[in-house]
Design a protein around this ligand. Structure first.
Ligand code: UDP
Ligand code: MG
Length: 327
């Protein structure tokens, strides 16, 4: 039987946490009964620097419930980094780890199928949403547009898959070798390349509380997805530059002809227009180049991506690994 860790990033989730812990405890118990998870399986709640009672709740649950473990990040590092911290910790104790959100939007019953596929030899199992009716119209259309856009730019992502997936220890080991600071796990996992499969499920509504992904965070996440995995925008700029240069040669010819035929004053509109247009395009291009330079800057610094401040609960080392750290 495999040791399964359920890794749950939590940011200000005091409202949903009790229900999440209840449902996941039930899930682990029933999986144990059916031979899908052993008694060392845990849920690992990662507190991403919450400002509410999330950490004290996690501590309380971990004292009462042997299946609950917690990590507290020293600072709010964002969903992707919190998830990474959880997965990299789970890697030391588990045979496979399932990542899911704290808000119970992802159907927990699919975890059984995840583990079955793992037992059949898959290293990565992606949870894919059937339909997104429970999301708002805005979120649905922007998200779907985003997946299409990424595909257009040549980024390999699984359509309609968020971060609900199972990864084997081998896949987690591979993930640990990707050292990038601008994390976009959905783009990295397909690059690992081991045997993978899909499980389809319906996404539910948030159980309680509100989304921790406001529009601003969503946009910056989307931008990370594009600029961390595709250099096509840079290539597009070069083509645009060539096109605009060719265009300006024509403009120059036009200006010269106007000059010699004595119609210079009439050219004023064209000149003003082109100054504005070119200025705009140049600024846009500098902006895109700047985005990549900014990324190089943060990657070169190679700062640690998260820092674990505290741990709680009984994280049990895998059998046959006496040297590893237990708590
Ligand atoms: N989350 C996090 N850090 C953040 C923002 C979100 O750990 O800075 C967690 C959050 O607690 C939840 C998951 O990421 O478990 C997904 O967030 P949410 O459900 O709010 O996003 P949505 O489903 O609306 O996209
Ligand atoms: Mg959610």
């Amino acid at each position: 039987m495999p040791t399964v860790y359920l890794v749950v990033p939590c940011y200000n989730e005091e409202e949903v946490l009790p229900e999440t812990v209840r449902q996941l405890t039930e899930k682990l118990a029933s999986m144990e009964k059916r031979g899908l998870a052993d008694e060392k399986s845990r849920m690992l709640l990662v507190d991403d620097g919450s400002r509410d009672a999330t950490w004290s709740l996690i501590q309380k649950f971990s004292q009462e419930n042997p299946r609950v473990c917690g990590l507290k990040l020293a600072h709010n590092r964002g969903h992707q980094n919190a998830l990474l911290a959880g997965l990299m910790t789970a890697r030391q104790y588990a045979d496979c780890a399932v990542s899911l959100d704290a808000d119970l939007q992802d159907d927990v019953d699919v975890i059984d199928q995840f583990v079955q596929k793992f037992q059949e030899g898959c290293d990565v199992v992606y949870g894919v949403r059937n339909k997104r009716e429970t999301d708002t119209f805005f979120k649905r259309t922007t998200a779907q547009g985003f997946y299409r856009f990424l595909k257009l730019l040549g980024v390999e992502v699984v359509y309609n898959h968020a971060d609900y997936r199972l990864m084997s220890r081998r896949a987690l080991d591979a993930l640990s070798e990707y050292r990038e600071t601008n994390l976009f796990l959905r783009g990295i996992v397909p690059l690992i390349g081991y045997r993978s499969d899909y499980v389809y499920y319906d996404r539910k509504e948030r159980f309680a509380g509100e989304s921790k992904y406001p529009l601003k965070k969503m946009l910056s996440f989307a931008l990370d997805g594009v600029t961390s995995f595709s250099v096509k925008p840079l290539k597009f700029i070069s083509s645009l530059g060539i096109l605009v240069s060719l265009g300006s040669v024509l403009g120059l010819l036009y200006a010269l002809i106007s000059h010699f035929t004595g119609h210079t004053v009439e050219g004023w509109t064209a000149i003003v227009c082109s100054i504005w247009l070119l200025g705009g395009i140049q600024l846009l291009c500098v902006g895109v180049v700047g985005t990549y330079v900014g990324k190089i800057y943060s990657e070169v610094k190679a700062r640690p991506r998260y820092r674990i401040e505290q741990e709680t609960g009984r994280l049990e080392p895998r059998t046959g690994q006496p040297g590893e750290k237990g708590l």
